[in-house]
Ligand binder design. Sequence first.
Ligand code: SAH
Length: 507
Amino acid sequence: MQKRGFVYLIGAGPGDPGLFTLKGKKVLEKAEVVVYDRLIGQEILDYANREAEFIYVGKAAGNHALPQDQINEVLVNKALEGKIVARLKGGDPFVFGRGGEEALYIREHGIEFEIVPGITSAVAVPAYAGIPVTHREATSSFAVITGHEKPGKSVSSIQWDKISTGIGTLVFLMGVENLEFIVTNLIAAGRSQDTPVALIRRGTYPDQEVISGTLKDIVHKVYDANFQAPAIIIVGETVNLRAELKWRENKPLWGAKILVTRARAQASGLLERIRDEGGEAIEFPSIKIVPESDLSALHSAFAVIGKYAWIIFTSVNAVDIFFEELRKRDIDIRQLQGIKICAIGPATFARLAKRGLLVDLVPEEYRAEGILAELKTRIQPEEQILLPRAEGAREILPESLRKLGAIVDEVILYRALAASHINPPLLESIRKGQVDYITFTSSSTVTNFVKIIGREFIEDFNSRVKVACIGPITAETARQNGFTVDVMPEQYTIDALFNSIVVDHKS
Ligand code: SAH
């Protein structure tokens, strides 16, 4: 029997990827076809299986969206092929999302579906602006209304006389272009001209903008500010609460646009912290970690692992690849017994600890010089040291250890390569320096960044953007490449770098 298809109509929430539901994530992970609208963020799409088929049905720049009947057909056809289909929509699928239409069509064709509600922008976007849709003293009702109704329509489906005075808080979606029409109708139907109004654009995103006024002056204000869709319009006394309840704008990194140049696998921690503190983190994966295809040098070292007095790990990547290979070759971790282990800094320490290894040494200064300072007195001549690390890493560590009389086996585990793809509009805006900070967390992030954006753009970029480097080696590489270094922490860690940016941004 052929496998039966299934359609999930999923609400993706208003924008902030953290507002996507757990259920949405769970069903998206098992979808074989993903049909998605405009404004569905990459982070949410990333939950889907990479092997899934992705079908974009939103508006492209200057183009129209796929007509609704064609979307309906895509959903049904894919389900009839026996596929699990995830239909992702902004906000909630049943709030001005045409979810009902799609569900009816799907049912007519005998296909099973499930609705996965999402957080609607009608409530969440005001919340992110510090505006509750209800409040005991101010209002006991709210309505969500389309603002898309054409001004010329002879019979309005909106009963302006009833909603204007009959409901406390009015939330209009899709209404920016019709703001004047909406305001005129409300006033004509008896709502006071002094009623507070706010427009919130790109709510819940890090570049959310809010403009507020009253029914009397909002049209002018919006016109003067050239305030554009997509935005929601909220009308009612609760808008005044924003003065006391706004919270996003108080976050320490609010308004800071920060470019994070790390390899993808490592970037997430820094990206998340920036976002948590209200900043806009832009991922620029200038390097990617590619394990060496030929790891025979490592395997040879495994064969004689007992001879080493020390293993020195200088990155989490080295830890990961080292232990994965150990496992792949069926070597028991107890073979490492008696070998002293050094981690260059706290991240590497933590990664080793996760594998159950409490290291013997983490230097005070998290770089090669720091390791040398501490090992100087601790290694004996002729002692064997294994140094698994990246191609192109600095020579100072093995060279100096050899000078101390040690025998060093350097084994290349991986390369840090320039990432191949970055989308053109983003590259363009970066070249123009349209960010506030750039973070460099290793010398290779600097050199790869320069390679990707082009040396000729550096001077201009540097004059507009603050450069934050994790430590002196990275800073030196940055200077050699034409950057002025503005931020560098005292401790060479991601945490300290993050804190230094917060301090700098607040000053
Ligand atoms: N189903 C969606 C609404 C779709 S209609 C929901 O439940 O949220 C699209 C309209 O929603 C836009 O024109 C705008 O008015 C509003 N909207 C959606 N996301 C928004 C956001 N992040 N910020 C401001 N308005 C938003």
